[in-house]
Design a protein around this ligand. Structure first.
Ligand code: PMT
Length: 404
C-alpha cells in the first residue's frame, strides 16, 4: 500500500494500448491509490468508459464542457485534486497538444491546470515515434518537467517491429513507486510519533462524544514521514482508514488511552506531531447501562482531559514538538497562543468548521508558526500538504539539533 490515499489522475488517449490502462488502474488501486480517469473521445473508441468506472469506482471524465461533470468535480478542481497525473497511453496527437499548450479537450486542459508531477507513457507506431516532430515534442514536454516512461521495443499492433509499445502497467507502477520512495531521506532514522484521528469519550454503554476528524491529515503525515526515512509510530483514534504500510500502528479510543499510548512509546522519540483531534473534556461518569430517556433535559458533567501535546513538550528532554491548531476564528492569535503556552517548537494551524478544508475533506491548507518564523502552505491534497509539512519540520528539526 505504498500509494496509500495518493490521488492519481489517469489520462487515457486513443490507441490500442488503452486496454493496458485498465490493468494500470488495478495495480495503482492495489497500492492504495485513489484513481480518477479522464479519457479522450478517441480513447472511448477503444475501451468503454464503463470499464474504467467499474475499476476506479468513479465516473469517468470525458467532456470539457459538461455541466454535470463540472458540478460534481470541475476540471480545475480535478487538476488540483491530483497528487500525480499519468497519461497512459499518450498518443502522438496528445503529445503535440501538450507541447503547444493547447486546451481543446479535457485532457489537454488538465495538463495546463495541473501543478503536480506529470508522467507520460507514450504508445504509437514505431515510425511515428521516431518522427522528428514527435521527438521534438518529447523534448519540449520534458522541458516542462514531464517525466517520460519510455515506450518499449517489440511487435506492434500493426504487425511491425520497433520501439513504440506502451511500457507495461507494472513498469509504470514500479517507476512511480520508485520515484516516491526516492524522496529525499530528510528524516532518515529519526523516530517520530504522530497522533491522528478523533478520540471517543463514552457516555454510557452505547453512546459516545467525538468530533469530525477523519484521520486523513495525520495518516498522510505518517506516510510522508515514513517516505522521508523516519521510523514512524502512528497512534490513532477511531477512523475508517487502513493503517499505512511500514508504520508502527497503535489503535486507541479515548483521550486517556491515547495519552497512555504516547507515554508508553515516548522513548525513543525525536519528533512528536499531534495531529489528532483530542477531546478536551470527558464525562465524569460513564453509565454502565444505556441512559434511559426520562426528563426533557439531560445534564452531563465533564472533566478536563490531560493535554497530550503539552505533556510531551514538558518532559525533561522533550522531542521536537509540533502541534496543530484547529480554529473557526482568529486563527493566528490562537495558534501563536498555543505555540507559547504549550511550549511547542512549531504549530500548524488550519481552519475548521467551514468550507475551507480541515476536518474530513481530502484537501487542506496550513499556516505554520514557530518562534521567529511563519510559512503558509496553500490549499492542496492532504498527501501533498503532508510532504511539504514534513520537509519544513525536517528543516527546523535539524536546525534545532545542529544549529549552523
Ligand atoms: O482528521 P482530518 O479529518 O484529516 O482533519 C484534520 C484535522 C483538522 C483534525 C487536523 O488538521 C487538526 O487540526 N488536528 C488538531 C485538532 C485539534 O484538536 O486541535 P486543537 O486546536 O483543539 O488542539 C491543539 C493541539 O493540542 C492539537 O495538536 C491536539 O492534538 C492537541 N491536544 C488537544 C487536546 C488534548 N487533550 N491533547 C492534545 O494533545
Amino acid at each position: 500500500m505504498s500509494l496509500f490515499n495518493r490521488h492519481i489522475l489517469l489520462g487515457v488517449t486513443g490507441g490500442i494500448a488503452a486496454y493496458k490502462a485498465l490493468e494500470l488502474v488495478r495495480l495503482l488501486k492495489k497500492e492504495g491509490a485513489q484513481v480518477r480517469v479522464v479519457m479522450t473521445k478517441a480513447a472511448c473508441e477503444f475501451i468503454a468508459p464503463l470499464s474504467f468506472q467499474a475499476l476506479s469506482g468513479h465516473s469517468v471524465h470525458i467532456e470539457l464542457l459538461d455541466v454535470d461533470a463540472e458540478n460534481a468535480m470541475g476540471h480545475i478542481e480535478l487538476a488540483r485534486w491530483a497528487d500525480i497525473f499519468i497519461i497512459a497511453p499518450a498518443s502522438a496527437n496528445t503529445l503535440s497538444k501538450f507541447s503547444h499548450g493547447s486546451a481543446d479537450n479535457l485532457l489537454s486542459t488538465l495538463y495546463l491546470a495541473a501543478n503536480c508531477p506529470v508522467y507520460i507513457a507514450p504508445a504509437m507506431n514505431h515510425v511515428m515515434w521516431n518522427h522528428v516532430a514527435t521527438q521534438t515534442n518529447i523534448q519540449i514536454v520534458q522541458s516542462h518537467g514531464i517525466r517520460l516512461i519510455s515506450p518499449e521495443a517489440g511487435e506492434q499492433a500493426c504487425g511491425e517491429i520497433g520501439v513504440g509499445r506502451m511500457a507495461e502497467p507494472q513498469t509504470i507502477c514500479t517507476r512511480i513507486l520508485a520515484d516516491l520512495t526516492q524522496q529525499p531521506q530528510v528524516l532518515a532514522g529519526v523516530n517520530i510519533i504522530i497522533t491522528a484521528g478523533a478520540t471517543r469519550e463514552p457516555l454510557d454503554a452505547v453512546r459516545y462524544i467525538t468530533n469530525r476528524s477523519s484521520g486523513k491529515m495525520g495518516y498522510a503525515i505518517a506516510c510522508a514521514a515514513q517516505l522521508a526515512g523516519a521510523n514512524v509510530t502512528l497512534i490513532s483514534g477511531i477512523t475508517a482508514l487502513s493503517p499505512p504500510k511500514n508504520c508502527r500502528f497503535i489503535q486507541t479510543e479515548t483521550a486517556q488511552a491515547m495519552h497512555n499510548a504516547v507515554f508508553e512509546n515516548i522513548n525513543p522519540c525525536d519528533i512528536f506531531i499531534g495531529a489528532a483531534a483530542v477531546a478536551d473534556y470527558r464525562p465524569i461518569e460513564v453509565a454502565q447501562k444505556k441512559i434511559k430517556k426520562k426528563d426533557d433535559t439531560l445534564t452531563l458533567t465533564f472533566q478536563k482531559n490531560a493535554d497530550i501535546l503539552a505533556d510531551v513538550a514538558s518532559t525533561k528532554n522533550p522531542p521536537f514538538t509540533v502541534g496543530f491548531a484547529a480554529e473557526t476564528h482568529d486563527l493566528e492569535h490562537y495558534a501563536r497562543d498555543k505555540l507559547v503556552r504549550k511550549k511547542l517548537d512549531m504549530i500548524a494551524a488550519n481552519w475548521v468548521g467551514g468550507e475551507r478544508g480541515g476536518f474530513e475533506s481530502c484537501e487542506n491548507a496550513l499556516d505554520i508558526f514557530w518562534q521567529d518564523g511563519h510559512k503558509s502552505l496553500p490549499m492542496t491534497g492532504k498527501e501533498t500538504l503532508a510532504t511539504q509539512l514534513i520537509s519544513l519540520i525536517a528543516e527546523r528539526f535539524h536546525l534545532k539539533i545542529k544549529p549552523i
